[in-house]
Design a protein around this ligand. Structure first.
Ligand SMILES: C[S@@+](CC[C@H](N)C(=O)[O-])C[C@H]1O[C@@H](n2cnc3c(N)ncnc32)[C@H](O)[C@@H]1O
Length: 504
C-alpha cells in the first residue's frame, strides 16, 4: 500500500462471477452478500493505490452485474465511465431461458472530470498534448495522406513541392495553433492537432473478444491445459492500450488482483514489445496455479511472442524482463502461528469447538493474549532478524513446516521504500532508498547476538554513515542503540515495524 499509493494507472479485475457453476478451479458460489462484501473490501482497499488519472475495469456477467455496479457507485461515486458489452461467445453461452453470449466490462475513473476518453489506439499514433485545458493528439501523417505520395513530407520541402500557397496556408495553421512542428531527423514535419474527443477515436461500447480465443491462447502455451477460463488477451490489451496510449503513460503500473492465469501480465508484455513501452504490472493470485501456470506463462511469453503446442514459434522475439514474486502471509498462516495458551480448564474446553475458537481468537486474542506470536511480530525473535521463522502450511492438509520470513523485504514494503541499494557487509544488512515522501532512508540490520552497539557504531563510522550528517532523513536500526542523534532521525526498527504492520 505504501509503495504504490496513488501510482497505479489502471486496474483490471476478473473476479469469480458467482455463477455457482462447477468446473472452476476456485470457489464460485457465494451468498450474494458475501460475494459482494468480498469485492467491496478489495475494491475499496485498492482505491488508495489509484492515481488521479487512473481507471478501474471489471469483467462480470448477468449474475452479479447490477449488484456489483451499485457497490462500485458506493466506492467511486459518480465517476462511471461506462459499461461495455463484451461479446464473448460466437453462438451464445449456456442457454437456459435465453441465450446469452456476452459479459460486461464496467468502467470507472478515479476522477471522471479529468479522465480522458478511452481511445481506440489504432487511430492514435502521435503524442497527446494539452492546449488551454483541452487534450489533443498530434496526427503526423495527415499531410502525406492528403497530398502526397512522397513518404514523409518535411516542412522545409513544402514550398518546393507544394508551392507557395500551400506553404502560406500551413504557416497560418501553425500561427493559429492548429498545427505543430515536430522535429524529425534533421528537418521538421507538420502535425495536425486533433481533439481526443473526436468520435472516431473513442471506444465503442460493444466489443467482441471471444472466450474461446482466451482458451486457445493458454493452450498454445500449455497444451495439456492448466487453467479453466482465462480471458482473451485482446480484451486486456484493448483496455490497457486504450488507457496508456500516450507516451507519458508508457511506464504506467497496471494492477490485477484476481490474476488467474496471468492474462493481464501477458497483455502488458505484448504491448511493451509492440511499442517499446515500459509498463509494469502487479498481479495477485492465491491459487496453486500461480506456480504451474501464471509464472511459467510470464516466462514463456517473455522468451517468445508466439507459441504453438507448447513450443516457441518466433525465436527472435525474446525480450529483457525482470519480475519479482512474493509469497504473502495468508489468513491460514496467521491462524497457524498464533500461540494459544488456554489459561483455565474451562477455556481449554471451549477451544475444542473450532468456530468458537476462531471467533474468540479474532476478537480478543489478536489484541491481547497472543501479542508475541510469530504472525504478530514476536519482538523477542527480532534479536536475530535473519532467522525469523513461521510455520507455513505445506501442500498436504494440516501439515506445516518452519519457513524463514524475509523481514528485511517486509520492512521495505511497509515503509514504501524505493530501494536503491541493498547489500550485506561484515554481518550487517544495509538498505538505502527513498520513501514516497522522497525522504532519504538508511536501514541497518544486525544480529543482536553478534553485533552490540559498539560494533554497530564502528560499522557506521567506517561506512561513512553519520546521524549528524544531512545525507539521510531517517536511519533505522534494530535493537536499542547508543548512537548520537542530535537531529532525532534514528528510529528503532522493532516497535516501528509493529506499528506499521497494524496501523489502520
Ligand atoms: C476468473 S479468474 C481470473 C482469470 C484471469 N482473468 C485470466 O485471464 O486468467 C478469478 C481468479 O480469482 C481468484 N480468486 C477467487 N476467489 C478469490 C478470493 N476470495 N480472493 C482472491 N482471489 C480470489 C481465483 O483463484 C481465480 O484465479
Amino acid at each position: 500500500m505504501e509503495r504504490y499509493r496513488e501510482q497505479v494507472k489502471c486496474i483490471y479485475i476478473d473476479p469469480p462471477y458467482n455463477t455457482g457453476g462447477d468446473g472452476f478451479p476456485y470457489k464460485d458460489g457465494y451468498i450474494h452478500s458475501s460475494w459482494l462484501a468480498m469485492l467491496f473490501d478489495r475494491v475499496l482497499a485498492m482505491l488508495l493505490l489509484m492515481s488521479r488519472e487512473s481507471s478501474f475495469a471489471v469483467s462480470i456477467d448477468d449474475n452479479e452485474v447490477h449488484r456489483l455496479d451499485l457497490c462500485l457507485r458506493e466506492v467511486f461515486g459518480e465517476n462511471k465511465i461506462g459499461e461495455l458489452c463484451v461479446i464473448r461467445a460466437e453462438g451464445g453461452g449456456l442457454a437456459k431461458q435465453v441465450v446469452k453470449g456476452h459479459d460486461y466490462l464496467l468502467l470507472y475513473a478515479r476522477a471522471i472530470r479529468t479522465f480522458p476518453p478511452l481511445l481506440r489506439p489504432k487511430d492514435i499514433r502521435g503524442d497527446i498534448v494539452e492546449v488551454k485545458g483541452r487534450r489533443y493528439w498530434i496526427e503526423t501523417d495527415w499531410l502525406r495522406k492528403k497530398f502526397g505520395k512522397y513518404g514523409t513530407l518535411l516542412y522545409e520541402d513544402i514550398e518546393r513541392i507544394k508551392g507557395k500557397k500551400k506553404k502560406e496556408e500551413i504557416d497560418q495553421g501553425l500561427r493559429e495553433g492548429r498545427y505543430r512542428l515536430i522535429k524529425k531527423g534533421s528537418g521538421h514535419i507538420v502535425g495536425r492537432l486533433r481533439s481526443v474527443d473526436e468520435d472516431g477515436s473513442k471506444f465503442y461500447s460493444v466489443v467482441k473478444h471471444l472466450n474461446a480465443d482466451g482458451m486457445n491462447e493458454v493452450l498454445a502455451l500449455f497444451p495439456r491445459g492448466g487453467f479453466g477460463y482465462p480471458k482473451p488477451l485482446g480484451l486486456c490489451e484493448q483496455y490497457i492500450r486504450g488507457s496508456t496510449f500516450s507516451r507519458r503513460y508508457w511506464d504506467a503500473v497496471i494492477l490485477d488482483y484476481f490474476a488467474g492465469s496471468g492474462t493481464t501480465a501477458h497483455a502488458v508484455i505484448n504491448l511493451n514489445r509492440e511499442d517499446g513501452g515500459n509498463r509494469k504490472y502487479i498481479l495477485v493470485e492465491m491459487a496453486h496455479y500461480f506456480d504451474t501456470v501464471l509464472m511459467p506463462r510470464i516466462k514463456k511469453v517473455v522468451y517468445s511472442k508466439d507459441w504453438k503446442d507448447g513450443q516457441p514459434t518466433s525465436p527472435d522475439t525474446g525480450i529483457s524482463h525482470a519480475f519479482k514474486y512474493i509469497r504473502i502471509e495468508s489468513y491460514e498462516d496467521t491462524l497457524n502461528n498464533l500461540k494459544l495458551k488456554p489459561k483455565t480448564k474451562a477455556q481449554q474446553k471451549t477451544f475444542t469447538y473450532p468456530e468458537f475458537k476462531e471467533d474468540y481468537m479474532l476478537g480478543y486474542w489478536l489484541d491481547v493474549e497472543t501479542k508475541d506470536s510469530p504472525s504478530l511480530l514476536d519482538l523477542k525473535a527480532l534479536e536475530n532478524p535473519f532467522d525469523y521463522k513461521m510455520r507455513i502450511a505445506t501442500k498436504s492438509v494440516a501439515e506445516s513446516r518452519p519457513v524463514k520470513i524475509d523481514l528485511i523485504e517486509t520492512f521495505n514494503w511497509l515503509l514504501g521504500l524505493k530501494v536503491k541499494y541493498i547489500y550485506r557487509k561484515q554481518g550487517f544488512f544495509v538498505v538505502q532508498g527513498r520513501n514516497l515522501k522522497d525522504e532519504s532512508i538508511l536501514i541497518v540490520w544486525r544480529n543482536l547476538k553478534e553485533h552490540d552497539n559498539e560494533t554497530l557504531e564502528k560499522f557506521l563510522e567506517k561506512s561513512g554513515y553519520n546521524p549528524r550528517d544531512t545525507e539521510f532523513d531517517k536511519i533505522y536500526v534494530n535493537g536499542d542503540h547508543t548512537l548520537e542523534d542530535p537531529f532525532n532521525k534514528v528510529r528503532v526498527i522493532d516497535q516501528e515495524f509493529r506499528n506499521l504492520m497494524f496501523q489502520e
